[in-house]
Design a protein around this ligand. Structure first.
Ligand code: GDP
Ligand code: MG
Length: 455
């Protein structure tokens, strides 16, 4: 699977020669290779463009840590971006509704809808202990209904019969009623395949959707289709409020284009991947794991992770030592933390990673303390002398005025900053008394160089 892409990306690593920092010039050749690799893998052009731009932005200036080679460092960035382009964490089926949770399958003929209904039913029965009912609204081919019946039997899930000539909406509504009366947790609704350009068929599935109001509308797509999959996904995404994607036939010689493009193009998460004809061939889709598989460099990736961990721990230990030594938390540390907040995409991103108490104080920073405001706080601290930063108690009225002038702000803002700093310092002292372990754990998430593998 995706071997070609994997091989090309492996070559990229070797094109980078030993330098301590990734620069625009030393990565440009490697990025050209990545671009080629993606285009060859049939990834949609807009996705390739955004991907390369993001890798470039993240990579330039990135320090090559520890024993890594620059090529390995770049692979780290590429890995993180690969994962990102395919989504965030794994998202499963949403059960947050009055049972049954209705799941509507949409997609082209032969995409794997009927097979996926069987696989998903089995998956939900075995892994989530759900009572599953399936129904076929493919009223054009008797064989299709028979196929679902046989698949349901193999999967050990219940089958609601339907027949050619009935209206899809009527079938589905009857199935919902049955599911309610028999306490099914989930109803999977299989549909006839349709071409996106077939307006009548698209209208039919829209009507069906409106009649049953499913909590999940999954777009099932054959990964072997490459870029064509993307065009189809776009059309279905416009016609129906899709909630997720199932990528099938990832076990074949899919080149990767669909996997890497479909999330970016539709904005909908890839929830599951089909990896075989058998009913056991369904996997929860994890973008990060998929990225690792595409890169196919498990050893390098774990090396990178180790290097990053080492760096984070070194910093956390140094920080903890500082607290213990009694020198305490000064404005330099405060500034560093603020800079980290900015690196990490602002306060909200940071909050999750902080101990609750620290997060509370950080929340007391100027309201909406994103970009600009963080910049002002940094500006104020920059206007202080090193001595003032290390000993903020020196900062009295005349110094405050000088600092405010230097930073181009009002004296009140300097006061506010000093107050916030004092609160943070107090809390840090509390931590230093009994909670080093707790603090370290919190700090780990706050350290720079996080952009990479941890997500
Ligand atoms: P539908 O027309 O969308 O209902 O598609 P089907 O479920 O009938 O599947 C079409 C063909 O694709 C069948 O031969 C399936 O066995 C095959 N298929 C479906 N999913 C997968 C998969 O994940 N891997 C492989 N190798 N084959 C699959
Ligand atoms: Mg079918």
């Amino acid at each position: 699977m995706l071997d070609n892409l994997t091989n090309r990306l492996a070559r990229v690593m070797k094109t980078l020669k030993g330098e301590a920092r990734l620069t625009e010039s030393n990565i440009s050749e490697a990025l050209r290779e990545v671009r080629m690799a993606l285009l060859e893998a049939d990834v949609a052009l807009p996705v390739v463009k955004d991907f390369i731009a993001a890798v470039k932005e993240k990579a330039v200036g990135e320090e090559v840590i520890g024993s890594l080679s620059p090529g390995q460092a770049l692979i780290g960035v590429v890995h993180a971006e690969l994962a990102k382009v395919m989504g965030d964490a794994h998202e499963g089926i949403n059960f947050n509704t009055q049972p049954p949770a209705i799941v509507l399958m949409a997609g082209l003929q032969g995409a794997g809808k009927t097979t996926t209904v069987g696989k998903l039913g089995k998956f939900l029965r075995e892994n989530h202990k759900k009572k599953v009912l399936v129904v076929s609204c493919d009223v054009y081919r008797p064989a299709a209904i028979e196929q679902l019946k046989s698949v349901a039997g193999q999967a050990g899930i219940d089958f609601f019969p339907s027949s050619v000539g009935e209206k899809p909406e009527a079938i589905a509504v009857a199935a919902i009623d049955w599911a309610k009366r028999h306490y099914h947790d989930v109803l999977l609704v299989d549909t006839a395949g349709r071409l996106a350009i077939d307006e009548e068929m698209m209208a039919e599935i829209k009507r069906l959707h409106a009649a049953i109001n499913p909590i999940e509308t999954l777009f099932v797509v054959d990964a072997m289709l490459g870029q064509d999959a993307v065009n189809t996904a776009k059309a279905f995404n416009e016609a129906l409020p899709l909630t997720g994607v199932v990528l099938t036939k990832l076990d074949g010689d899919a080149r990767g284009g669909a996997a890497l493009s479909v999330r970016h193009i539709t904005g909908k998460p890839i929830k599951f991947a089909g990896v075989g004809e058998k009913l056991s061939g369904l996997e929860a889709f994890h973008p990060e794991r998929m990225a690792s598989r595409i890169l196919g460099m498990g050893d390098v990736l774990s090396l990178i992770e180790e290097a990053r961990k080492g760096l984070d721990e070194e910093k956390a230990v140094a920080f903890a030592k500082k607290l213990k030594s009694g020198k305490g938390f000064d404005l330099n540390d405060f500034k560093e933390q603020i800079a980290q907040m900015r690196n990490m995409g602002g306060l909200t991103a940071l909050m999750d990673k902080m101990p609750a108490q620290v997060a509370q104080v950080a929340g007391a920073l100027p309201a909406g303390a994103e970009g600009k405001i963080i910049g002002r706080v940094e500006g104020i601290i920059n206007s202080m002398t090193p001595q003032e930063r290390a000993k903020p108690e020196l900062i009295k009225a005349s110094r405050k005025r000088r600092i405010a002038m230097g930073a181009g702000v009002q004296v009140q803002e300097v006061n506010r900053l000093l107050n916030q700093f004092e609160q943070t310092q107090k809390m840090m002292k509390q931590f230093s008394k009994g909670g080093i372990g707790k603090l370290m754990r919190g700090m780990k998430g706050m350290m720079p160089g996080m952009g990479g593998l941890g997500r």
